[in-house]
Each structure stands twice: as structure tokens, then as C-alpha cells.
Ligand binder design. Sequence first.
Ligand SMILES: [Zn+2]
Length: 343
Amino acid sequence: MAIDFHREKKQTVYLDPRSNFQERTIESEIRLDPLTGFSGRVAHFHGLTLPDMDFDALRQATEGQFCPFCPENLAQVTPKFPKRLWPQGRIELGNAIVFPNLSPYDAFSAVTVLTRDHRMPATEFSVEELADGLEASVTYFRAVQQIEPQVGYCLLNWNYLPVAGASQVHPHMQVFATNTAGNVLYAELEASTRYAKQTGRSFWAEYLEQEEAARERFVGRLGNITWLVPFVPFSIFMDAEAVFEGKSTLTQLQRTDLIDFAEGLKRFFAYMASQHLYGFNLAFYPAEKEDESFWLHARISARGWLNPAVNTPDVGTIRHLYNEPYTMIYPEQTAEALRSFFT
Ligand SMILES: [Zn+2]
């Protein structure tokens, strides 16, 4: 059964003050997510002309004495795990370090600080550093599962820079296990199970086949990971999606998978930076346990100011209260530009 990529084009006619009030037709689009059916809008095509960021000023205002995650403070101000979870107190791998979240999201909730230095922008991370941060986080999930096997979904996510919701500038990921999948992941899990029951096939296998054949939103493949641009982005700017073929959970991933994923992330960071976009949210969407109908995937979503001159955030009523994303760039355009970073 072919997956439906439903889109409905809309046209607005007005007399345009920018061209002597001549009649002009403006296009927008409603799209439905091919898995969940959630709607999103493609509208407001004003183009991307964002000013570049001043990282020196941000570093000076937030580094060292102001930062709990800089090395001179971290050991004194961050918590340690109880001995039964991790005898050494904090998990260390390369430059990455994992410790309990002082303000937990759930019973098992941790923070992974990626680098010892107050690193920015994201293009400065090496593949090894990114993979170490991911592997240290996965090590935490494995340790949690040792003492609590029924812990549920192991969620790994990252808010990078204040514009993306980070309260600290020093790069750090949020790592927590929970029996509550959250609304988007829950809808995806339910729809994937339904699709498998109705068709006898994995939605995810079919999705990748169709997207790769169409080449509209397909970006490239690194190892067993396929990169594409989602049909309905969550960012007003751009999203990318990485699908881990045949895997359902983070704890199934090997070091090679994490290296391959980190390599793809670096390429997306490079493309974002070329557009003066530096903030992002990253989330992994796992199943609770191994599940043929559901493949692990990650979505990385660029964050920035809608109007940088007056610090207008990129989230307004439509997104915040109607819970409907809208994006200002056609996903197919993003995919075409991103593809050159993956070849
Ligand atoms: Zn710092």
C-alpha cells in the first residue's frame, strides 16, 4: 500500500502595496504527516536573511564562573548517581560526562555534558566528541535498565543554544527514561503498529523505499542510517530526519552507528551554519523495546528568531496553542540544498 503524502494547495489573492496595488496570488500549503496524519503548514515565504551570530560576546557572558558545566565548577555543583546505579558517581567517556539532572524530568533523568570546554558553535564538535556524548548517554540507559528493567522509553534529546530552549550555553543533552512516550512519539508508535497490522509491512521500510525512489526529500545514506527532510517539518526553518534501519531503541546501537549518525549531524550543522542558523532541538524517537514495526529515528529541528531585530521567537499561537507547525521553506528545497553536503 503506497504511503499517502497528502498536500492541499491554497491561494490568496490580494492587491499588493509593494507593486502599486496590482493583483497578486500568494501560495501556501497544508500537509498531513504521512504516519500520524498531524497537519502542518508551509507558508510565509520571506526567505532566509538571518544576521550572523556573535559567539565571542555570548562566550564572554556565559563562560567559566557563570557556567555550572565548565570544568572548574562541574564537580562541585552537579549531583552524583547513587552507588547502585553507577559506583563512580558520574559516567565519563572521552570528554563527555553524565550526571543526574538537578531538576529531573522523570524518575531516571540525567544530563550529558559533551565537552570540557564551553564549545560553540556546533560546527566545532568533532565526530568522535558527538559519538562519545551519545555513547555515554546510552551507557546511562543501560545502567538504568540493570536496576529497573521496566523503565519504558529511553529518550535522548538536546537543546542547543538559548534560542532552542537551553538554559545553559555549555553543550549538554537531556537523557531520561520514562513510561510516558509523549504525544508525538505515542502517535507515531500507535500509527506504526496499525500500519503493520493492516499491511503486514513496516511503515518505516515502505517510507524509506518511497522517499528514496521519489528523491524529493531524500538526502543520503551513511552506514545503516537514511537522512531525509520530513514531509511536515516542525521548525519554521528546516528539519532533518535520520532513520536507523531495523533498530528500535537507542540501547541497540553500536559505536559504528553512533559514529555514522554523528557524521550526518555534522553535515546538517554545516548546512545550518551556511544559513546563519546555529540553534537546534534534537530528539530521538525510540520504541520501548525491540519492535519490528517501529524504527528508531531522530529529528533535528533548526531554531532561530522569526524577527531577530526585535527578538521575536519562532513559536507563536499556531504552534503553541493550536499545536500545528508551520514552516517557511519547502522541505523539498531544504533537501536539495542539504544533499550537496551529503555527497
Ligand atoms: Zn561552560
